[in-house]
Write a protein that binds this ligand. Structure first.
Ligand SMILES: [Mn+2]
Length: 434
């Protein structure tokens, strides 16, 4: 039995699993170190930087997701926020890149915040940005969000939505959070249904009210989305609307970019650059997609795009040391074990970060200045094409994580123990959920 009473992976299990793998890792690491040294790059410095990288886990990402058609629940799914945090701890203890949890309210509202905070800290985790929800109705809610929330035509709905966001801030203060992420489903399904400017004005008024309720050291993150649940127009549709809203609202109100919330083929890395150039890039939600807002695992479809996004983020970091956006995985795990997907995805995001660190920016700048398109793109590709897996493995092992976290997780028997301790909740097994 490798599960402790706190339902996590035993450190000894990880060490035992690492043991037979460490020799080949040392050898691979040395070979990569020699390869990098030829270009004047110190592998130890890269490994240290890889170790500092972190991305938050979404509290809703630990259960099995679904489409609008169906959801097929997995075994041993977490049934409450404590079990979700316990699963987050497993992801972190094995992968060592995900030390915080981003809570969704009211899906994961704790009855006793201080007890949840103590439990979470005890597992070595903290809380990241808080997420409000005014895109669906809750039981016994006075007013419906069917036709919107912060941009609703009626003041009663707007007031209710503002009050909810302020409650989320108050809860977040008790949990040590420093940011509120606001995404609204407001929009319209038919031309003429909604007056674009009036709806945006109502949204801005409400956002200002929420902003004024935030502590001085908090950030407000506005997440835009091109479509869904509204199909014709959304109030915060694109990065332009998001930038206008963030600028209007205040200095600590910034834009959050979710990889899946754009029209097909949009140049997301350029959006990253534009927003940061004007001090308005506040956060990022990582996932991947083939067709729309698919919420597939990060790097599973277009890893080069993920690299190009990090190429911009590293470039920004190099010129602005205070740049520290809120990073979170925002994925729906429909056919995989969510713990495995989150471990793997966090490593994919971390991999893109490390590869972006390898870009020879001096050379790139020279090629850009000289309009050498071929060599400029080849400079990016040479960083992208390098296999940095030994760096990720070494960073994990040195911080107590697993060299091969997925296999270590499978060998631990954690899911089997959860399956026995957490019977399937029949009420959550039928319809799909986004
Ligand atoms: Mn998102």
């Amino acid at each position: 039995m490798t599960i402790t009473s706190k339902q996590t992976i035993d450190a000894q299990h990880i060490a035992d699993h690492n043991s037979p793998l460490s020799r080949s890792l040392e050898s691979d690491y040395q070979a990569l170190g020699e390869r990098l040294a030829r270009d004047g790059t110190d592998i130890e410095q890269l490994t240290a930087q890889a170790s500092t990288f972190s991305v938050a886990l979404p509290s809703w990402g630990l259960g099995t997701g679904g489409t609008r058609f169906a959801r097929f629940p997995g075994q041993g799914e977490p049934r409450n926020i404590y079990e979700k945090v316990a699963d987050c701890a497993v992801v972190q203890h094995l992968g060592r890149a995900t030390p915080s949890v981003s809570l969704h309210i009211p899906w994961d509202t704790p009855s006793d915040p201080s007890e949840l905070l103590a439990y979470t800290n005890d597992l070595g985790l903290s809380f990241d940005a808080m997420n409000s929800n005014t895109f669906q109705d809750q039981k016994d809610q006075a007013h419906s969000y069917k036709y919107g929330s912060l941009a609703h035509s009626e003041s009663a709905m707007r007031e209710q939505a503002v009050a909810h966001n302020i409650e989320v801030i108050e809860l977040g203060k008790k949990l040590g959070s420093k940011a509120l992420t606001v995404w609204v489903g407001d929009g319209s399904n038919f031309p003429g249904q909604q007056h674009f400017a009036n709806a945006f004005s109502r949204y801005l008024d409400c956002t200002a009210e929420i902003y004024s309720a935030m502590p001085d050291d908090w950030s407000m993150l506005l997440e835009h989305k091109i479509f869904e649940p509204a199909f014709y127009s959304t109030v915060i549709q694109d990065w332009g609307s998001s930038y206008l809203a963030a600028t209007q609202t205040g200095e600590r109100c910034k834009c959050l970019v979710d990889l899946g919330h754009h029209a097909p083929n949009v140049n997301i890395e350029m959006i990253v650059s534009r927003l940061s150039q004007f001090g308005k890039l506040g956060g990022f939600h990582f996932n991947d997609s083939k067709y729309g807002d698919d919420d597939l695992d990060s790097g599973s479809i277009n890893p080069y795009q993920l690299f190009l996004v990090f190429n911009e983020l590293v470039d920004i970091q190099n010129t602005n040391s205070s740049f520290s956006p809120f990073y979170m995985l925002d994925q729906s795990h429909n056919v995989t074990d969510p713990i495995e997907s989150l471990i793997y995805s966090a490593a994919e995001v971390q991999r893109s970060f490390v590869k972006a660190l390898l870009v020879n920016r001096q050379k790139l700048s020279g090629y850009q200045q000289g309009n050498d398109a071929m060599m400029a793109q080849a400079t990016l590709k040479s960083a992208y094409n390098l296999d940095v897996e030994p760096i990720l493995q070494m960073a994990r092992m040195r911080s107590g994580g697993a060299i091969d976290p997925i296999q270590s997780y499978r060998a631990s028997g954690y899911r089997e123990v959860c399956a026995a301790q957490r019977p399937v909740d029949a009420s959550r097994s039928g319809s799909g959920i986004v």
